[in-house]
Design a protein around this ligand. Structure first.
Ligand code: DGY
Length: 287
């Protein structure tokens, strides 16, 4: 059997795949994304595909792969880059990597929240550019976490969204991107938040209407935002959000610890191998 791997992945994952003796591997061996034309050519005739969240696996890719393709294993917990209806129609099974990146992403969410509310990037910049002239009672003040209310979008259907927006001092978005959550944090949502509230997103950029977020930040409707995910990714360096001091933007590094990325690569390799062998996968998406 033949598989296509769309990027350079941690060596533990590649070793698991190659040492199993189940398949031959063709790989786009680069840290940079595979060009679309190479992806279309690479998947042709393959039985398995190991892809990343940055690869759009749509009808065109599935058509290019042809009827041999039986397993798609994504090195991610998010599956919004996969055309799931089309995949299901073709009887293709999907593996993904839930749970093992939860701790790393939770840590990053807290780090981003504190960096945003206590204005860390702005403060570091002031030290570098000579803005730090002396200790000043009113300088670089932010909002503290102690005694605050934190609203988490993604814990389940526990609190109506409007109530969460109205009552939280911090709003953290951690839910999946689905047709239901797309654009969910919009003008109406931000207008319900307190002017002193801080907004954090570590899920997917498209859950947020970025134009509405920009307006909310510029007009003082909310105090600050910290984003680990944006639309598009990467965010163009001249994007208006990057001009705001009260917006901290990271390059989608929620799961970026060495151990987590290694575990994700091994799980995605094992999902692919199990699928190729017709066995149950360690983590199969129920379609
Ligand atoms: C995922 O796996 O979907 C995450 O966004 C990666 O950090």
């Amino acid at each position: 059997m033949q598989v296509f791997v769309t990027r350079r992945i941690p060596r533990e994952g590649l070793a698991a795949l190659s040492q199993a003796g189940v398949c031959s591997i063709q790989q786009w061996d680069s840290d940079e994304p595979i060009p679309r034309s190479e992806l279309l050519a690479g998947v042709a005739g393959k039985h398995g595909l190991l892809c990343l969240l940055s690869d759009r696996i749509d009808k065109e890719v599935l058509d290019a792969a042809g009827s041999n393709l039986k397993i798609i294993s994504t090195l991610s917990v998010g599956v919004d880059h996969l055309a799931l209806e089309e995949i299901k129609k073709r009887g293709i099974r999907v593996g993904y990597t839930p749970d093992i990146l939860t701790d790393a992403t939770a840590e990053l969410s807290v780090a981003l929240l504190l960096a945003t509310c206590r204005r860390l990037p702005e403060s570091v910049e002031e030290v570098k550019n000579g803005g730090w002239t002396t200790w000043k009672p009113l300088w670089m003040c932010g909002y503290g976490l102690s005694d605050s209310t934190v609203g988490i979008i993604g814990l389940g259907r526990i609190v109506p969204l409007a109530k969460l927006a109205e009552e939280s001092d911090f709003v953290a978005v951690t839910c999946s991107l689905t047709p239901d959550t797309k654009g969910m944090c919009n003008k109406d949502f931000f207008s319900r938040m307190k002017k002193t509230s801080v907004f954090i997103n570590t899920s997917r950029g498209a859950v947020v209407n970025q134009e509405d977020l920009y307006q909310a930040l510029v007009s003082g409707q909310i105090a600050a935002a910290g984003l680990d995910v944006t639309t598009p990714e990467p965010l163009p360096t001249d994007h208006p959000l990057l001009s705001l001091k009260n917006c901290v933007i990271l390059p989608h590094i929620g799961s970026a610890t060495y151990a987590t990325r290694s575990a994700m690569s091994v799980l995605s390799a094992n999902n692919l191998l199990a699928g190729l062998k017709g066995e149950s996968m360690p983590s199969e998406l129920q379609l």
